[in-house]
Design a binder for this molecule. Sequence first.
Ligand code: F0G
Length: 467
Amino acid sequence: MGRQYHQVMGPTFHTIIEPFRIHSVEPLRMTTLEERSLAVEQAGYNLFKLRAQDVLIDLLTDSGTGAMSRDQWAAIQHGDESYAGSPSWFRFEAAVKELFPFRHVIPTHQGRAAERILFSVIGGPGKIVPNNTHFDTTRANVEFSGAEARDLVIAEARDSALVHPFKGNMDLGALETLLREKASSIPAVFVTITNNSGGGQPVSLANIRGVSELCRQYAVPFFLDACRFAENAWFIHEREEGQSDRSISDIVREIATLADGMTMSAKKDPFGNIGGWLALNDDELAEKCRSMLILTEGFPTYGGLAGRDLEALAQGLKEAVQPDYLRYRIRSSAYLGEALDAAGVPVVKPIGGHAVYLDAKALLSHLAPLQYPGQALAIALYEVGGIRSCEIGSVMFGRQPDGSERPAAMELVRLAIPRRTYTQSHIDYVIEVVTYVAQNAASLRGYQIVQEPPALRHFTAQFEPIK
Ligand code: F0G
């Protein structure tokens, strides 16, 4: 009988198969509740200040935390550390241009270095940079130049429970209004794929085409913040009409040709532990950016990277667009999110590509936003189960440039999933811990900030539980 089935199409199994097996292992250190309570207290209740060996499952970020493949480690042996014109550079440049055929590729040590270089050239007072949603470093780099960072994501994105296939889309109407009134003050329009600060939600190809058309109509350059381009392309492949027969690389290339440039953190989809780039078509702008690159990053054929890093990224880019990998990747994020949803834990829906976002405002409704419900939830997940997550709410966004404080639009806790790093049983453990904490959420206390720097306070602020 099995044989007959096989001859037709093969039975369908539902267990997620990690499309790799483990080749080299890293130990995880078990700790007790008591040890963790002490560790987090000593860290000033700031999870960024923990020692990583005190964390069991580290979901702080998917950035630079992925596992490299055998072929990436092998590529590292080919790293050529020549100061100028290294063969590793040419392999890296070719791999980038294969997917993103921009005329100029400018390597940087990570995404924010590309942002700083670009905005130091095109930003400045009086300028406005629209984006679906700026990531925090992107916003900080725009604002540091004196320009205004404006988020124009569709209204549906602000309702965490609402299901929409492309919740990262730009509000094209709002963009057109802004372009009509202010085109001369807009040095570039950005679209972040996937929209990290909005829940890791994808942007549709139709929406990217729409942004591209508007930008061309108003002669404003269009840039991508493309860290999670492959995950975004997979969602387009799965959800958008007419896209299911195309290869992922074909979809990615079309997205690139619709834009005039990109900033990139290669620490996400390309499986880099470090790396990034700025790519663009405009010769004059590229010249100015390269001058800035030499000032702070390095010579244009290595930027902020070693030859071996360039090799690892060239190989990682090829692996990032493999359908077996992307199917597993997106399915495993959904597996975590759907299990939590089924257990009654409020999560941002639909589940995004690289992370599951818990809605701390809904779960800890007994706390006011400025008692930092997201922080309280993140600390509890660490104390109870050794899981490190990241608050994305009023701690991260509450302090305004004028020094005042106001609640963020959402109080989220992000469980970011490192690529190819944890197995399904690790994730099953996470599901158990989060469910337990959620069931006891009403007993969680709020926090107050006792010390904070003037900007980007979430990295270093010190907290105390409210008595
Ligand atoms: N843009 C987006 C959308 C990002 O998610 C990040 C980083 C950057 C730019 C900056 O890149 O870290 O290489 O300098 N996101 C990480 C995160 C840090 O945890 O989401 P970078």
